[in-house]
Design a protein around this ligand. Structure first.
Ligand SMILES: [Zn+2]
Length: 421
């Protein structure tokens, strides 16, 4: 398998890197281990969707290429599409061993306990479910009188659906600290905490992130750690498992070995089911209390909005004004953090994402942030922990802008009377 691929590469990969198991989820050399490739040629959403349809996970979109995580058979399928592939060896900035500056799940639990203990009036935690391996899925609520369900607009932040995107957990830690430490000293933070109910789910895929950190090298793992029937291939891509037009549109894979495996049914991943139940549980008196949300990912420095399943801006359940609200708010936030704002499907088609579900099923104005860096060559999923402070605080103003508009997101297009009175 590898030999065939090596011949196709422009820059022959270092075989030593492969045999040493520097990439691939199970150490050295199993024939089905995914690798990293730059796929040359695709430069339109349609061409990139054809790449994704092989089951390869598109990690990065470049001008005339994409970076993918692909199994050997997916890589063969990409070559069959007529693309040249370059296998990417770990970049110079990729540390081989997990960087201890990143927060483990155990450390995250301690941090949450500490934040709640230090700010009992404005921070509370609850467990909304368990992961496949039995880890708690924790929700942190930050609001004045956090123990009481008040009639205030609610905002949802979800983190780490994809295991290897560790910077998103750091973003959750940053937000917890920002909204508690600066309460009472920063007037804007104080006003937002007083007038909103903010939910932070700091790690919705703890099994995956622990697995990614647990080896002697980073494992480039994306999915959860749920076994699949009839195969040794492990894991479901949580962000293809949500129950809105699940598997509809060539935007996910039906093959368990794929990094974008959608699972056998919507919400088959216990983590997705638990978070979806939590969100549905925020419907009070027939009205969804959550008005705005961000799902944090890495990398590429993008702000994305729904839909992902169609190239069209407006579609069933998405009017022109609703689309314009997403686009205006996404652009307003991007003005603050320097990310590129666009509709999710401008990259390629995805289906079964939280982005599409939060809007299509729950009518929550919502965004995906793809955080730092902008490229694989800038660190990809594994930038050094020295960037954590800079790259989380970089989103301070953007997140505060979302919280500002949570009373009525349609205010940003001047339509608060039509939508929020
Ligand atoms: Zn992701």
């Amino acid at each position: 398998m590898r030999t065939t691929l090596v011949r196709r590469t422009l820059l022959p990969l270092t075989l030593a890197a492969l045999t040493l198991g520097l990439i691939g989820p199970t150490g050295a050399g199993a024939a089905t281990d995914p690798g990293l490739f730059e796929v040359h040629g695709p430069n339109t959403p349609e061409e990139r969707t054809a790449v994704a349809a092989t089951g390869a996970a598109i990690d990065e979109v470049r001008d005339d290429s994409v970076v993918v995580t692909a199994t050997p058979s997916e890589a063969d399928a990409l070559a069959d599409l007529g693309h040249e592939l370059t296998e990417i060896t770990p970049s110079p900035v990729l540390p081989l061993a997990p960087d201890e500056g990143y927060t483990t799940f155990g450390e995250l639990r301690e941090t949450i306990d500490e934040v709640v203990a230090a700010h009992p009036g404005i921070a509370a935690q609850s467990v909304v479910g368990q992961s496949h391996e039995g880890r708690d899925l924790v929700a942190v609520k930050i609001s004045d009188d956090a123990g009481v369900d008040q009639d205030e607009p609610e905002v949802l932040f979800t983190h780490s659906q994809h295991a290897r995107e560790h910077l998103t957990v750091e973003m959750a830690v940053y937000l917890m600290r920002l909204l508690t430490d600066e309460y009472g000293s920063d007037a804007r933070v104080t006003e937002l905490v007083d007038s909103r109910e903010i939910w932070i789910l700091p790690n919705v895929n703890p099994d995956g992130s622990e697995y990614d950190m647990a080896g002697s090298n980073w494992r480039n793992w994306r999915k959860n750690r749920q076994p699949n029937q009839g195969t040794s291939a492990v894991g479901t891509d949580m962000n293809r498992n949500w129950d809105h037009l699940w598997g509809c549109c060539n935007g996910s894979s039906g093959s368990p070995s794929s990094s974008t495996y959608r699972g056998p049914a919507p919400e088959s991943a216990p983590e997705v089911s638990a978070v979806a139940d939590f969100v549905r549980g925020r419907v009070v008196g027939g009205e969804q209390q959550i008005t705005a949300a961000i799902d944090f990912h890495t990398y590429s420095e993008l702000i994305l909005w729904p839909y992902g399943y169609t190239y069209d801006e407006t579609a069933e359940g998405m009017t022109r004004e609703e689309y314009d609200t997403h686009a205006a708010l996404g652009t307003h936030m991007a003005d603050a953090n320097g990310y590129t704002p666009q509709q999710s499907s401008d990259l390629y088609i995805t289906d079964g994402t939280i982005n599409d579900w939060l809007w299509g099923d729950q009518r929550i104005v919502n965004f995906t942030y793809e955080m730092y860096p902008s490229s694989w060559w800038g660190g990809g999923f594994y930038p050094p922990s020295s960037v954590i402070e800079r790259e989380t605080s970089r989103n301070r103003e953007a997140v505060l802008r979302l919280l500002d508009y949570a009373d009525c997101p349609y205010r940003i297009i001047g339509e608060e009377e039509a939508y929020c009175s």
